[in-house]
Design a protein around this ligand. Structure first.
Ligand code: ADP
Length: 454
């Protein structure tokens, strides 16, 4: 049987392997899921939550071991890996289960002549296809709401991070009936076969290009799809911003997870008059970041996931420099090493690839602007629309925020909303959304039963 070897991006050494699922076996897995689903779907949401609840303690109690596996397989600093694991277990999971029970609770509407009850039922079988950059929380984000809505789920994790995804499935499957959660290992062929198979819904997080393929394939049978795609998030720094704070944020949000985050800051618009000082502050802050193996406690920036991604980022940097941008610092990597030192580019032009195409790497690019209007127009001049951030005096920044076309906008902070907010991409960054009451409901079929009175 073919196997998929997972390698440590920091050392190149194998971490482990999983059997590849033959694409022709996927139809059988879906048939098993379909057979298991009605009994699972018949359980009340509150009871499903009770069944899933022991996974919370199991994940939390294994956080150290899981975070080390995550770091060895994917590269991020182990402290961040632990945060990712804990965000999926313990109290966090308990709260999510409670929120999902509320979201799925039937509602009634009354008129003089009838009573309507709005139910949120399962679709049936849901495929979840996930990326490698948050290799534990992404499977969790896709699978949990689908399971809680009563679906059976088949997860196809990224071929870069099969081991930590398998660990997730093993823990959660422990508390579930057989075949309610299954895993498919492999790459694009397995992803395509799963999308083409007899599933009812597809939840996908990944690139915009793959999202378009998936939506196209789903459209043939009008399968439901929830897609969370890439971004090219702008950060607008206004002239009345706290520059030191904005520069710290810019560095943190450009280089966290080596920039391999869908809501990374990918474009920074700074007023011309403030730009020299701002760039100098960013450079000073960036110099504090230790690049290295995520298993070492002082590491703040780990390796990139693979050579293709590293080369893509280096090509964008080279292209920008050849067109007149200034490489303030960073951008170095040696030989086959997947480490790329955090790069700051100044004087980036909006037409350069680094300003237009998703980078997904440790690059901060500064674009100098003459006015708020120019910053807003350039920030919105993109097919993407995931996150955006504005730093400035609170009222001023809030006004600018309302002019941005992204789905999630942070004012003097990151773009993520407080608990209960949706995670939503506008334009080509998303199709549907998740989290929040309405997001959880996207994994369920709404059904209305209206009964005549009397
Ligand atoms: P990345 O470039 O980060 O691998 P992709 O969007 O290409 O991001 O892939 C994300 C996930 O989608 C992976 O699990 C991958 O195997 C899967 N995949 C890639 N192409 C397809 C496709 N055409 N249909 C379904 N899944 C796919």
């Amino acid at each position: 049987m073919a196997t998929l070897t997972s390698n440590n991006p920091a050392t190149g050494e194998p971490v482990g392997e999983v059997p590849v699922t033959p694409a022709e076996a996927i139809a059988d897995l879906v048939a098993r899921a379909r057979a298991a689903q009605p009994a699972w779907g018949a359980i009340e949401p509150q009871d499903r939550a009770d069944i899933l609840r022991p996974a919370a303690a199991a994940i939390a109690s294994r956080a150290k071991e899981l975070s080390e596996l995550l770091t060895r397989e994917m590269g991020k600093p182990v402290r961040e890996a632990k945060g990712e694991i804990l965000s999926c277990g313990g109290d966090a999971l308990e709260r999510e289960l409670a929120d999902m029970v509320e979201a799925l609770r039937p509602e009634t509407l009354h008129s003089e002549r009838a009573v309507s009850t709005i139910y949120r039922d399962a679709y049936g079988v849901c495929a979840a296809i996930t990326p490698w950059n948050f290799p534990f929380s992404m499977p969790h984000w896709m699978c949990l709401p689908a399971l809680m809505a009563g679906n059976a789920v088949i997860l196809k994790p990224s071929e870069e991070t099969p081991l930590i995804a398998q660990a997730y499935v093993d823990i959660v499957s422990e508390v579930l009936p057989d075949d309610v959660l299954q895993v498919v290992h492999g790459a694009d062929d397995q992803g395509k076969a799963l999308v083409e198979s007899n599933v009812d819904m597809i939840a996908f997080t990944g690139s915009r290009e793959t999202g378009k393929h998936i939506l196209g394939a789903a459209a043939k049978h009008l399968k439901r799809a929830v897609l969370e795609l890439g971004g090219k998030d702008p950060l607008i720094v206004l002239s009345d911003a706290d520059m030191a704070k904005a520069a710290r944020f810019a560095v943190r949000n450009s280089f966290r997870n080596a920039g391999q985050v869908c809501i990374s800051t990918e474009r920074i618009y700074v007023p011309e008059a403030a730009a020299d000082d701002f760039v100098a502050a960013m450079a000073e802050e960036t110099a504090k970041l230790t690049v290295g193996d995520g298993m070492q406690s002082d590491t703040r920036v780990g390796p990139m996931i693979n050579r293709r991604q590293r080369d893509h980022v280096r090509a964008q940097i080279d292209d920008a420099v050849s067109r007149g941008a200034r490489l303030v610092r960073g951008g170095e990597s040696e030989g086959d090493s997947l480490f790329l030192t955090p790069a700051i580019l100044d004087g980036v032009d909006h037409d350069m690839a680094v300003a237009r195409d998703e980078t997904f790497g440790p690059v901060a690019c500064v674009i100098r602007v003459a006015s708020d209007d120019e910053a807003v127009n350039l920030a919105n001049d993109t097919p993407f629309g995931l996150g955006a951030v504005v730093f400035g005096a609170p009222d001023h920044a809030a006004r600018v925020a309302r002019r941005l076309t992204a789905g999630m906008i942070g004012v003097n902070q990151g773009c993520g909303g407080v608990a209960g907010s949706p995670w939503v991409g506008a334009r080509e960054s998303g199709y549907g959304f998740h989290s929040s009451r309405d997001g959880h409901r996207q994994f369920a079929q709404t059904r209305v039963v209206t009964q005549a009175r009397g």
